[in-house]
Design a protein. Sequence first.
Length: 409
Amino acid sequence: MKVLHTADLHIGQRLMGLERLPEQELILNQILEIINNEEVNVLLISGDIFDVASPSQESIRVFYQFCAKLKGTDCSHIVLTGGNHDGVNTLKAPKEIFEILNIYIFPNLEDDLTNHNVYLKNSDGKLELIVSAVPFLRDKELNVNSYSSDIFEIEQDIIKATQRIHSTIFDAIKEGKSVPKILMGHLFASGVNMVDNENEAERRIYAGNIGGIPLEVFTNEYDYIALGHIHSAQKVQGKEHIRYSGSPLKLSFSEKSDKSVYIIEFDELNHPIITSFQILQPRIIEQIHGNQKEFEEKLTQILSELNPNENFIPWITWTFSDVDTKSDIEFLKNQFQEKYKILILKTIYINPDQNNTKLLEQSNSVLKEYKSVDEITPEKLFELLLEEKKLEDGHQKTEVLKALFQQVI
C-alpha cells in the first residue's frame, strides 16, 4: 500500500484575524492531486485537523468536502488522530458514519487501547498494513499530576505513562505481525528542530517543557512513525523512519522552511521508501527587517523569487529601528502597499535608546540570533527575566516558575 503522511492542517486558522479558508482549500486540493497522481491507498493525518476545538461550520464543510473527494480516488482508507488543537467532541461527531466509509478517527484515547490498532486490507480482503493511531495525550489520559512542584518527577511520570500507552497498543496487535506497521502520534519528541516554531506557531505543550518525549517510548517494531505537532517537515534525530510531516500550509511569519507531504512505500523487508512532495503556498507570508531602502530591496527580491499568486495579496510584517522610517511609517506603508500590491499587517519600531534594544545588543549568546523583541518567544523572555532576577533558591525554583508560566500561556 502507498501511504501519504500529513498533519497540522489547522483548518479555520486565521493569521492576525484574517481569513485563510480559501488558501486551505487550495492546499487540500494539492494534496488531493498528489493522492490522485501517485495512486495513494492510505491517507494519514496526525492531528490538528482543525485550528480550534469548536471550528466554524464552513471549516467543517471544507474538511468533509475534502474527505468526500477522496472517495473517487485509489485512497480507500483514511486514518485521523486528534491533536491538541482539536475538540474531542467535534471529531467524535461523525465517527460512526466515517467508519462506514473506511475513515477511522481517534479524537482521544479510548478506554480499550486495543481499539487503536487499525487493520487495513486491500480490495481482495488481504491484510496489507497495520496502523497504531495514537492521538494527542492529555493530562487526564496520562494520569499525571502536572501541578507538582517537582519538575523531574512530572517529566518522568509523563514519559512512563506515554511509554506504557504505546507499549499496550503495540502488544495488542493480534494479527499480521509480518506486514508493515505504522505508528501515528501527535507530540513533542526530543531532538526536533524548533526553528519554525519559536514564535507564533506551536510551542511545547507538556507540563514543565520537559524537553520532549524520548524516542525510547516507541517500540522498534514499527516500520514508520508518522508524527504531527511540529510545523517543519523533518526526520527526528536523523532517523529515516521517524518523521514529522510538518504543516502543509505556512501558519505563521516565523515559519521559513518549504512545505511538503510524505509518501511512504514498503519494500519486501518492510523498510520504508519515503518521498517528499512539495506543497506550493498560495500566499507569500514574510517578515522583513530594515530601513526603508532595505525593506524595498528585500521585498523586491522576495516577490521576484516566490512569484505571488495574483488572487492572494502577500502579507508582510516590517521591523525597523531608524527614526526617519518611524516618522514616515504611515506614508511609506501606504506607498509600498499600493506600489507592490501587498498588505503590511504589522510595523514594529525598535527604539535603539530603550532597554529592550540594549538587551538585544548584549553579548549574551542566547540573544545574538534575534533581530527584534518580536522574534523572541514568550518562554525565552521569561527565562531572561528569571536570569536577571537571580532567584536565591536556584535551579529548582526557576524550573517550578517555568512550569507555572507554561500553564498560564
